[in-house]
Design a protein around this ligand. Structure first.
Ligand SMILES: Cc1ncc(C[n+]2csc(CCOP(=O)(O)OP(=O)(O)O)c2C)c(N)n1
Length: 815
């Protein structure tokens, strides 16, 4: 290399590294060029580099360690030949984006729509991304976004008829959604995008709640499920695109959790295209109060991915970035981020006055022309014919929308949902879940087998030997074994299994051992994947250490894999509240809000065992408070056999409802909770287990979970034959008929006592009390810990004392 070209290369390198800091990134001048000593270079070479790296595009990529990836960006950015842009198409889209907003603005004054104006280049950006995706083999795209510009995207990208949006504004059919439904800028939509190349991509815009960014992992879970269904080319054919707000992206922790999923084997989706629809404001808050770094996107630098900042008013540059971003995703299977920088023309919503908090900015914005006008002038096209054509389309759509008696759903569910239904519980949905002993023996053979040259850990070898005995009825079965038998039998019946959670492969409590690790070379062997040819897939993953993103991902997965048994497992149930938004906004309410079902299972270890306030309670009370209209199932199987039936029931019934399953910790292998093989042969899960040994008792103790076992042990220790101890295994839907029938068998009983180890303001007490009173009237009492602000004491000895008191209160004074 000559001295000159070496110097030129050094200059170029400085701009590759820092050029984005001086790029002309936003239409209203918020990002003043940041002085940078290394860029303070005079001369032609510097000017040329400046044009490339400090124009309307500023790209951050020098933090990417892989030289091939950096070089790819350099070549694309520095190439002398710019690929052509179809300016007529871009103008048409800008017109459509702008005129749609203006039309709604003028016809429905004072109605919220969360206008895209100021960032309408999002439409040509998405158009280019999807067009290029189709060129690269994409057949479907899963899109997620919040309120801003959503209606615009639904019309212009998802291609829903505008009449449907007008019908939403007219609120044509309020009775159909009384008490349910959702606002129009939250519901999802499906449609067919057609690119300039004539190719089509099926679009799924995911339904989402107000809670910003919560939909991110859900969309990725959906993409992963779709990709898995397709198989080998799945990642090619299904593209995930996540759109973020600038304040939300910087502020919401779930964005960090979601980014961290990118390269994990259980969650990879072949690269996500992220777009920050950046208007440099969040409601009334300026960026200086919303993020601690220069760019909202800075969080994304945790990944080795390129970040393209682009001035939203240079539509040609936006389109170019869209193409580069998409092709990068396909070239490297990597995430990529586009920071589309514009402004917000109106207040946060259209009923909000932004001049109160940003008076100078909004004086500037008031006189700022529409982007389509700027673009038409710059490229020398007359916008009028485009405007007139679209306006005529909208006028017709408005009439059609007003004429609609009922707002049509903006989406079609894929055909794989056809066999499943939600709605109220119907006993006719029940199916038998038991299996013959011979079949269980066959499955056991496959579960305990591993290759001959596999060096097994001696402890695991012993465990497998015990499991073999269990599977042949030579010793009672524990939870680890019945779970394996449930998974194995379902996989053999064609139900795919997916379980993820922290340390789920081995199991937090050393109980699962779904993956065997060779002690010589750490190779993995998963017996559940080698049961028989033609079996369904079994996937069990250790997740990242997050609750919200992983649970959201699994919820999303269920949305596109209804025939699979999909489970998210908490390390301890106490930690699930890190995902409270996913629980409240998606799992619990999705059916009522969006008519969308899920069969997701939450496995939540629960039980007071002296491990302190954060390792005791999965908060049964909270789930029960969220139950209404048969929206989900809440169960606590007290034996290994019950757990087997519950899991199989969830997969085999066609009723798709979330299952909140409280699972044991110390009881996983406890003799009291073990089951004989015959328990797996009986037909079904029992919603309530009677105490056959004490049918004459005068007092009946009713409980759920571990305390029933402890009471039984204590009763045995005290050599008592009463009281009766009945275990409620399913709390919701409350099995009133079964409870009535079981309790009715205790003819001599004059006292029924709900016994729980949780404090009075927690556990199932406040849920079961009115329901049991309906059956028992004034004969109902309760025994529990005193109400408290924390679920459990931090002292193991205090716990023991409390537990003893509970037991003796419940068992004392036999009447
Ligand atoms: C988790 C959450 N917290 C608070 C809100 C209330 N909220 C709605 S929009 C908004 C501002 C969003 O700003 P930004 O992410 O920049 O998107 P923009 O509206 O500017 O497009 C806030 C705080 C919310 N919807 N979700």
């Amino acid at each position: 290399m000559s001295v000159d070209s070496e110097k030129q290369e050094r200059v170029m390198d400085a701009f590759r590294r820092w050029g984005y800091l001086q790029a002309n990134l936003d239409p209203l001048g918020y990002f003043a060029p940041l002085p940078h000593a290394e860029l303070d270079i005079p001369g032609e070479a510097a000017d040329a580099a400046r044009r490339i790296y400090a124009g309307s595009i500023g790209v951050e990529f020098m933090h990417i360690p892989d030289p091939d990836q950096r070089q790819w960006i350099e070549e694309r950015m520095e190439s002398a030949e710019q690929e052509p842009v179809d300016r007529s198409r871009v103008l048409d889209q800008l017109v459509r984006a702008n005129i749609f907003e203006q039309t709604i603005h003028s016809r429905y004054i004072g109605t919220k729509r969360y206008s895209l104006e100021g960032n309408t280049a999002l439409i040509p950006l998405l158009d280019e991304i999807l067009n290029s995706a189709a060129d690269n083999g994409a057949e479907q795209a899963v899109l997620a976004m919040s309120h801003r510009g959503r209606l615009n995207v639904i019309i212009n990208i998802v291609s829903r008829p505008a009449a449907e949006i007008f019908a939403g504004f007219e609120d044509v059919d309020p009775r159909s959604v009384l008490g349910g439904g959702d606002v129009k800028y939250h519901v999802g939509a499906t449609g067919m995008f057609t690119g300039a190349n004539g190719k089509q991509v099926r679009i799924h815009l995911v339904s989402n709640p107000s809670h910003l960014e919560a939909v991110d992992p859900v969309a990725l879970g959906r993409a992963r499920a779709k990709q898995t269904r397709i198989g080998r080319d799945g990642k090619l054919k299904v593209l995930p695109v996540l759109m973020h707000g600038d304040s939300a992206f910087a502020g919401q922790g779930i964005t960090a959790e979601t980014l961290n999923l990118a390269n994990l084997r259980g969650y990879n989706v072949g690269g996500t295209v992220h777009i920050i629809v950046n208007n440099l404001i969040g409601f009334t808050t300026n960026p200086s109060d919303a993020y601690s770094s220069r760019f909202s996107s800075d969080l994304a630098k945790r990944l080795p991915i390129p970040i393209f900042h682009v001035n939203g008013e240079d539509a040609d540059a936006v389109v170019r970035v869209g193409r580069m971003a998409l092709e990068y995703r396909y070239e490297f299977g990597s995430d990529v981020l586009v920071d589309l920088i514009g402004f917000r023309r109106h207040g946060h919503s259209e009923v909000d006055d932004p001049t109160i908090t940003q008076p100078i900015l909004y004086r500037k914005i008031k006189d700022h022309p529409m982007l389509y006008e700027i673009y038409a002038r710059n490229v020398g096209l007359d916008p009028l014919p485009y405007v007139e054509k679209f306006q005529a389309e909208l006028d017709a759509a408005e009439k059609a929308g007003k004429a609609m008696l009922k707002k049509p759903p903006m989406r079609q569910l894929p055909s794989y949902w056809a066999p499943y239904h939600g709605g109220p519980y119907n006993p006719a949905d029940e199916v038998d879940t038991g299996l013959a002993a011979t079949r269980l023996g066959e499955i056991t053979d496959a579960l305990v087998k591993y290759p001959e040259d596999f060096h097994i850990h001696p402890k695991v070898e012993k465990l497998l030997e015990q499991r073999r005995e269990m599977g042949y009825g030579k010793r009672p079965l524990d939870f680890g074994m019945t779970e394996a038998l449930a998974f194995g039998s379902l996989a053999l019946q064609g139900t795919p299994i997916r379980l993820s959670g922290q340390d789920s492969r081995r199991g937090t409590f050393n109980q699962r051992h779904s993956v065997l690790i060779d002690i010589v070379d750490e190779k993995e062997y998963v017996p559940l994947c080698h049961l028989a040819p033609g079996q369904a897939r079994v996937e069990i993953y250790n997740s990242e250490l997050s609750e919200a993103a992983v649970m959201g991902f699994e919820y999303g997965y269920t949305r596109d894999f209804p025939e699979a048994l999909v489970m998210w497992e908490a390390q301890f149930g106490d930690f699930a509240n890190g995902a409270q938004i996913i629980i409240d906004q998606f799992i619990v309410a999705g059916e009522d809000k969006w008519d969308l079902l899920t069969g997701l299972v939450l496995l939540l270890p629960h039980g007071h065992e002296g491990q302190g306030p954060e390792h005791s309670s999965a908060r049964i009370e909270r789930y029960l408070q969220l139950c209404a209209r048969d929206n989900m199932q809440v169960a606590q199987p007290s034996t290994a056999g019950q757990y087997f039936h519950l899991l199989r029931r969830q997969a085999l019934r066609k009723w798709r409802k979330p299952l909140i399953c409280f699972t044991p910790k110390s009881m996983l292998r406890h003799p009291e909770a073990l089951s004989p093989l015959s328990d797996l042969e009986r037909p079904r899960f029992l919603t309530i287990i009677p105490d056959e040994t004490a049918l004459d008792a005068k007092r009946v103790l009713l409980c759920t979970g571990k305390i029933a076992h402890e009471l039984r042990m204590e009763r045995k220790k005290l050599r008592l034959t009463a009281p009766a101890i009945v275990s409620l295994e399913q709390m919701y839907p409350f099995p009133e008929d079964d409870v009535r029938q079981v309790l009715g068998r205790y003819k001599n009983a004059s006292q029924f006592i709900w016994v729980q180890e949780e404090p009075a303001n927690m556990g199932a007490l406040s849920f079961v009390t009115p329901r049991l009173k309906r059956i028992l009237g004034s004969k109902l009492r309760s025994i529990k810990r005193a109400a408290n602000s924390t679920p459990a004491t931090g002292s193991a000895r205090a716990h023991e004392l409390e537990q003893k008191t509970l037991l003796s209160l419940a068992l004392g004074k036999q009447g």
